[in-house]
Design a protein around this ligand. Structure first.
Ligand SMILES: [Zn+2]
Length: 256
């Protein structure tokens, strides 16, 4: 475990090595811990906003073979208080297979029902509409957050340009659209078109970031939010205002 001494000015670095060590190698516990400390800082995400996920290899009771399971915040709840009973465990290969039956934007409501057919863990909370946004990405640990600083970037009139200015080629950008299976496909395409990026800004919505471990994912999220915050403060100092004004109100639907 890294003993990180990095200090952040705009977000709280709350990772406690001792606490993390006490969770051992339990990736689901580490993911819940990461979620809780992210949700503890309301600048990182609003109450009930955003969701987090991780993946593990489990034994499939139907075949006795190893299978990849994605653990993700279920519908409703808040990542700050997320616990084992608030998550859903999904077969990621089955979720990806839904690409074969997806019938386009008219089909979004039916897809939410089909997420239930992808459930691995029978104690799962109902999967949220954001499930494919995580599931169609290939990463072991993913944060989807609505940080104040990112909402400022995401809601800017020239959001895509601002994203480039802050993170260069290391960050993807996807225009606003309602969360659902199609947005998952757009996010997947953004990564395919921009391999090696550290995250994706969703226009008028928020942020996706990821990592190979819970800790790396946490640090990536904090660093990205810190960079956006630094940029905004610099702009305010230079111009007295940020960006060219707001184009549209940031999307902040609760409980997804
Ligand atoms: Zn969101």
């Amino acid at each position: 475990m890294e003993n990180n001494t990095k200090t952040f000015k705009y977000v709280d670095y709350l990772w406690d090595d001792q606490k993390a060590l006490s969770l051992g190698d339990n990736q689901v516990d580490l993911f819940l811990y990461r979620s809780n400390i992210l949700g503890a800082d309301l600048r990182i995400t609003n109450y009930g906003g955003g969701n987090t996920s991780c993946r593990t290899i489990e034994k499939d009771p139907l075949t006795n073979e190893d299978v990849e399971v994605m653990w993700i915040k279920g519908s409703g709840g808040d990542i700050g208080t997320l616990n084992r009973s608030g998550i859903a465990g999904i077969y990621t290969n089955r979720l990806r297979d839904l690409k074969n039956v997806y019938g386009g934007l008219e089909d979004e409501d039916r897809m939410v029902g089909l997420f239930n057919h992808c459930i691995y863990d029978l104690d799962s909370k109902a999967p949220s509409i954001d499930t494919p946004l995580h599931g169609l990405l290939p990463f072991a640990h993913i944060d989807h957050l609505h940080p104040d600083a990112l909402i400022a970037v995401a809601a800017a009139k020239d959001s895509e340009q601002v994203t480039k200015e802050i993170w260069g080629d290391t960050m993807g950008w996807v225009p606003w659209q309602r969360p659902g299976f199609d947005l998952g496909l757009q996010i997947e395409k953004c990564l395919e078109d921009n391999p090696g990026i550290r995250g994706i800004v969703l226009g008028s919505h928020g942020l996706f970031t990821w990592g190979d471990t819970s800790y790396e994912c946490y640090m990536n999220s904090l660093e990205v939010i810190e960079m956006a915050s630094e940029f905004i403060e610099k702009k305010i100092k230079e111009k007295g205002s940020v960006f060219g004004g707001q184009k549209m109100k940031a999307y902040q639907k609760k409980s997804v």
